[in-house]
Write a protein that binds this ligand. Structure first.
Ligand SMILES: NC(=O)C1=CN([C@@H]2O[C@H](COP(=O)(O)OP(=O)(O)OC[C@H]3O[C@@H](n4cnc5c(N)ncnc54)[C@H](OP(=O)(O)O)[C@@H]3O)[C@@H](O)[C@H]2O)C=CC1
Ligand SMILES: O=C(O)CCC(=O)C(=O)O
Length: 476
């Protein structure tokens, strides 16, 4: 039994949940505790009690703890990468890379903890000084999705601790294993009791308690738009500080002058790797008419060569969908695309493998109208559509015609168009001749429009959310 970590103690849950391998549903990874509202309130109270001493403990204590966590994650990346792939379904190399990324994030923020922010300015009043400093926000509730079960927790927990906050962490119910393993490492990192708390359990119980509690000063959330709206309505109504990362419907523009082989690779990696379950995944290929047919044929051929199988099996390119509900959603969108009149070029059917898992053939639609639901709504699976474009300006207009604005890519050999796209596309992240998914850990991450709310995550920009600014006037 894997328990919750509340106020420095491993605590049995009010209930338990089995963690199931989506590659093989007969494989039960383990039994995990589920907190109820009262236990979540205990965790919040423990964090609140720990805050005054932790904020005063100083930057070396923060740096030491974060460095310890980063080093252990790096040392155990193969073992934890295997756990990640087993519970979430991304391939083993992807799982190991994600754990390594989490390690790098902790080590980055170990350094950031030591880098003082703030400035001193002269006042407009002679003789006076103005000191601008950053202070921790207080108790931060961290709510994460299932698709990056260790990297997303890392890029929220590490800056929260680096800047002197206390944390109550609620991982996605579907993938508690990585969250628990991370918490177990954090529990040995030298943090005083109550500074970090793990409360596994259901969003409607644990998450909702975090949203409602007046003792939670800030919420950092990644997940669906619907839940994001609930976070806003509940925690926003009591003026908690909010950072919301939500969906994407990310365009990849392929201009006639693109290097075809490269464009096909960029498209396939961006849309289908990690089973398309990335908020940064490309799901709209906006393709010039001069390269259209060759691009569609190229993607179809590349998809035919990919192996969809058990996430842990050698040579697997694409693992299973995360669970039965998500698979049903993906298959339903394939039906919707067909009914709307888009042309299914390949894939879109459920696959049988040696084990009973949630396997699906990656799907490509062509002849898609930009008003179709498959071109507007986030599917969050291995499904992408091709929208033809008359020229560059038309492609840019199509790319911006979305309620989302997370990541956007372009494949072109034209410096002029690449540079114009970089400036005029309505997205938080722009990729030129490289997939829309797959980002660095030391630079800001986030989007515009319906994709994000609040300040950026990651890199030193994370300080904006996890600190609050104080301006002090000092007269002699
Ligand atoms: N942009 C992105 O990065 C992601 C987008 N998605 C999108 O979201 C869809 C559903 O995925 P899912 O993981 O269920 O996303 P959700 O938004 O439902 O879940 C994200 C997190 O919020 C929690 N949560 C759920 N309800 C509440 C609540 N009332 N109060 C507070 N927290 C809550 C969840 O808990 P619990 O796990 O217990 O439900 C989970 O930890 C996907 O199909 C995809 O479209 C999903 C993952 C990432
Ligand atoms: O593309 C990436 O590397 C990160 C994607 C991500 O954070 C997400 O899908 O939630």
């Amino acid at each position: 039994m894997r328990n919750n970590f509340i106020g420095g103690a491993w605590t049995r849950g009010a209930d338990t949940r089995d963690n199931i391998n989506p590659s093989d549903t007969t494989d039960v990874i383990g039994e995990y505790a589920q907190a109820d509202a009262a236990q979540t309130a205990d965790a919040i109270a423990a964090a609140r009690r720990a805050f005054p001493a932790w904020r005063a403990a100083g930057i070396q204590a923060r740096a030491d703890a974060l460095d310890f966590i980063g080093l252990e994650l790096a040392a155990r990346k193969e073992e934890l990468g295997r756990l990640l792939s087993r519970e979430e379904g991304k391939t083993l190399p992807e799982g190991i890379a994600e754990v390594n990324r989490a390690a790098q994030i902790f080590r980055f923020f170990a350094g950031e903890a030591l880098r003082p922010g703030g400035e001193t300015l002269p006042s407009v009043r002679p003789g006076m000084d103005v000191h601008i400093t950053r202070e921790p926000v207080g108790v931060v509730g961290i709510i994460t999705p299932w698709n990056f079960p260790i990297a997303i927790p890392a890029w929220k927990i590490a800056p929260a601790l680096a800047y002197g906050n206390c944390v109550v962490f609620k991982p996605a119910d579907l993938v508690p294993g990585c969250g628990w393993a991370l918490a177990e490492i954090i529990s040995r990192s030298g943090l005083p009791e109550g500074v970090f708390n793990l409360t596994m359990g259901r969003g409607s119980v644990v998450g909702q308690t975090l949203l409602e509690s007046a003792d939670v000063d800030a919420i950092s959330f990644t997940g669906s738009e619907n839940t994001g709206a609930r976070v806003m309505a509940t925690a926003g109504a009591r003026f908690a500080k909010l950072q919301l990362e939500m969906g994407g419907k990310n365009p990849l523009v392929v201009l006639d002058d693109a290097d075809l082989d490269r464009a096909v690779e960029v498209a396939v990696q961006g849309a289908y790797f990690s089973t398309g379950q990335r908020c940064t995944a490309s799901s709209r290929f906006i393709v010039g008419k001069g390269i259209h047919d060759r691009f569609v044929a190229g993607v179809q051929e590349r998809l035919a060569g990919l192996k969809v199988d058990d996430a842990l099996a050698e040579g697997t390119d694409i693992g299973p969908v995360v669970d039965g509900n998500q698979l049903e959603q993906d298959l339903a969108y394939v039906d919707i695309g067909r009914q709307e009149g888009a042309r299914l070029v390949c894939g879109g059917e459920r696959l049988q493998r040696d084990h009973d898992g949630f396997y699906m053939a990656p799907a490509l639609f062509a002849d898609t109208d930009p008003a179709m639901r498959i071109a507007r709504e986030e599917i969050f699976g291995p499904v992408a559509c091709v929208i033809p474009a008359d020229d560059y300006e038309h492609a840019l207009t199509l790319a911006n015609d979305s309620p989302f604005g997370l990541s956007a890519g372009i494949c072109t050999t034209s410096l002029k168009h690449a540079s114009d796209f970089r400036q005029r596309v309505e997205a938080g992240m722009v990729m030129v001749n490289t997939p829309t998914a797959g980002v660095d850990y030391h630079v800001p991450f986030g989007g515009r429009k319906g994709s994000s709310y609040g300040s950026r995550e990651q890199g030193r920009y994370a300080a904006e959310f996890f600190t609050t600014v104080k301006t002090a006037y000092v007269a002699p």
